[in-house]
Ligand binder design. Structure first.
Ligand SMILES: Nc1nc2c(c(=O)[nH]1)N[C@H]1C(S)=C(S)[C@@H](COP(=O)(O)O)O[C@H]1N2
Ligand SMILES: [Mo]
Length: 198
């Protein structure tokens, strides 16, 4: 749909920034399956389990990790993209230094408050540009965008960027998350238009 909410990319943007078949969103749409969970940072925790030494982080444990700023483009498989989204948060690579992953782990299931799941390989999760975000455009991450904390994986379609994330399950094989079981691609790379499973 073009018009009120979306626009066609300019040629300069379209060439290098906007993946094939995507339009630019005006504003920042919210895309949630189901209800928005309401979690306070007092109640929040984050757990790792499976092929990893099990560990639970409180909010204060988590935000004690080094904070950094990120400016990244965001691509939803329903064909809207938003360029230059500003976030702050914690690099996935910094978080990984806090846990002990079994060398047999190859895949990860992201788990969230509310029950959403999505799967990634360890190689797609542990990249220098991936991060856990807790601010958006200088404000605390709003609940509808995943606050208090979400994952952002800029090189994949945004359904891999789990909102209200509360755990990572390390696996020795691929399992499918919510959208992946419902016809979406197991990986979801926007430049290759990996939208649906075949
Ligand atoms: N927990 C959870 N995470 C989620 C979703 C969801 O429904 N629940 N939707 C995904 C999809 S399809 C997209 S496009 C982005 C949307 O993020 P936004 O609502 O901040 O724009 O979140 C992703 N993460
Ligand atoms: Mo999406």
């Amino acid at each position: 749909m073009i018009g009120k909410f979306f626009r066609k990319p300019e040629p300069s943007e379209g060439d290098s920034r906007v993946p094939p078949g995507q339009f630019l969103a005006k504003g920042f749409p919210v895309l949630t399956y189901g209800q928005t969970p309401q979690i306070t940072t007092d109640d929040w925790n984050f757990r790792v389990w499976g092929l990893v030494k099990e560990k639970t982080f409180s909010w204060s444990d988590f935000v004690a990790l080094p904070q950094q700023s990120f400016t990244k483009d965001f691509h939803c498989v329903t064909r809207w993209s938003k360029l230059d989204v500003h976030w702050t948060g914690i690099k996935v690579t910094d978080f990984m230094n806090q846990i002990e992953v079994d060398p047999n782990a190859t895949h990860v299931m992201e788990h969230c408050y509310g029950g959403y799941t999505t799967n990634v390989t360890i190689d797609d999760l542990v990249r220098d540009e991936n991060f856990f975000a807790y601010t958006l455009f200088g404000e605390p991450l709003p609940p509808e965008h995943g606050g208090p904390l979400r994952l952002v994986i800029p090189h994949l379609y945004a359904w891999k960027s789990a909102k209200w994330i509360n755990g990572l399950e390390f696996l020795s094989h691929e399992e499918l998350g919510f959208w992946e079981r419902n016809g979406y691609h197991r990986r979801g790379e926007p430049w290759a238009e990996e939208r649906y499973s075949s």
